[in-house]
Design a protein around this ligand. Structure first.
Ligand SMILES: Cc1cc2nc3c(=O)[nH]c(=O)nc-3n(C[C@H](O)[C@H](O)[C@H](O)COP(=O)(O)OP(=O)(O)OC[C@H]3O[C@@H](n4cnc5c(N)ncnc54)[C@H](O)[C@@H]3O)c2cc1C
Length: 353
């Protein structure tokens, strides 16, 4: 599987299948589609695959995956990625699908926040509890900033070179960003409401050393406003624990307030919803729009259970239904154990084939 994390790819990608969400249901959807001879592209808002399993409980044990007595969330995702590695799906990370519209020819046009457009014959919505996106800083003046000065992904740290930089947050990502910025920025401030940071001991030791040397200044308080001049970030206003307001000149602001799921655009695509879940026919996982299927935690049908193995079953049902929709006839049921056709798809060799 190749990964594409570039910010903008102008050419529209034509595909038989677009999978929205790279959680466990979306990843297994790729596998089941491939068994039907359908190649897919996958989009996820996170910079990594795995959905809730990695984002919410990566190191915690799971005991109810059939045939796997115990694995962590991260280990399960590694196995799912290994399972689809030979299948030539493409993963487009760090971008949210915001638009989904029917084209005149019956295909679906999708657009992501990174500017990538897709024209897909079928779409599989595996959006779980919503797109995992960074929590936004909501203070006066923030909407006046031009792009390039406010960052929600510390991966954009290259921008801080020689510039006064504020990192806002108290978790591991914020601490790591402050340490990385200290080597590049003209001045580095770590601003958080408490002088308590949640990060591994080694990072906290490094932070302390940089505080002691003056390379990082820690400010305890909250941002109340930002000031821009012609769109250029000039300073921020912050309030300390005693309620005193301060002004701090800066050029770059990196916000690390955590990541939370937002159902967001999925509810704007005109598909039938019940209590914020997509209504599907459990025999096919079809939504009320031709060519759009939904699987995993995002769906509603009588008896639905939000469990990983239910998502796996749903992905299988959706792949069979989509194969019939695309190919115009019911696909044969074939076993991976014995089918030479499936062995060829999976890239495995059996002497009897
Ligand atoms: C603490 C915890 C423990 C759990 N333990 C278990 C357990 O032991 N056993 C079990 O079976 N289940 C467990 N679950 C539930 C299980 O994690 C979910 O059922 C499963 O993750 C659902 O998979 P999914 O692929 O449907 O959705 P998710 O895992 O939520 O993945 C959806 C993905 O879609 C992406 N996405 C959404 N919208 C968009 C968009 N518009 N554009 C781009 N990307 C988008 C999101 O960023 C996300 O990565 C647990 C859940 C939690 C929170």
């Amino acid at each position: 599987m190749s990964q594409d994390t570039r910010l903008a790819t102008p050419a529209t990608i034509d595909t038989d299948a677009l999978v929205i969400g790279a959680g466990p249901a979306g990843l297994f959807q790729v596998f089941q589609l491939a068994l039907q001879g359908i190649r897919s592209h996958v989009v996820d808002a996170l910079p990594h695959a795995g959905g809730q399993c990695v984002q919410l409980y990566g190191d915690k044990p799971i005991y109810d995956i059939p045939g796997i007595p115990l694995c962590t969330g991260r280990e399960l995702v590694q196995q799912l990625l290994q399972q689809i590695a030979p299948l030539q799906a493409r993963l487009h990370l760090s971008q949210q699908v915001t638009q989904l519209q029917r084209q005149d020819d019956g295909r679906w046009h999708a657009m992501t926040t990174a500017g990538q457009a897709f024209s897909a014959r079928t779409v599989f919505i595996a959006a779980g509890v919503g797109a995992f996106v960074p929590k936004a800083l909501k203070v006066a003046g923030i909407e006046d900033l031009a792009p390039g000065q406010l960052h929600y992904h510390p991966a954009e740290l290259g921008m801080v070179h020689g510039q006064a930089t504020v990192i806002h947050g108290g978790d591991e990502e914020a601490v790591a960003a402050a340490i990385a910025a200290a080597g590049q920025a003209s001045a580095t401030y770590l601003l958080y409401r408490r002088d308590v940071f949640q990060a591994p001991a080694a990072l906290l030791e490094r932070l302390q050393a940089l505080r002691d040397s003056g390379a990082i200044q820690v400010l305890i308080g909250q941002i109340t406003a930002v000031q821009a001049d012609g769109g250029q970030l000039r300073s921020l206003q912050w309030m300390d624990g005693e309620g005193q307001e301060h002004a701090l000149p800066l050029q770059q602001l990196i916000v690390c307030l955590g990541i939370s799921p937002r159902l967001g655009p999925v509810s704007d695509w005109g598909l039938a919803l019940e209590r914020k879940q997509l209504v599907v026919d459990p025999a096919t996982q079809a939504t009320d729009a031709a060519g759009i299927y939904a699987v995993g935690d995002i769906v509603h049908y009588p008896g639905k259970r939000k469990l990983i193995l239910c998502g796996f079953h749903e992905a299988t049902m959706a792949a069979f239904a989509a194969a019939e929709y695309l190919q115009g006839e019911k696909p044969l049921l074939q076993y991976t154990t014995t089918s030479a056709r499936l062995h060829a798809i999976l890239g495995v060799y059996h002497p009897q084939d």
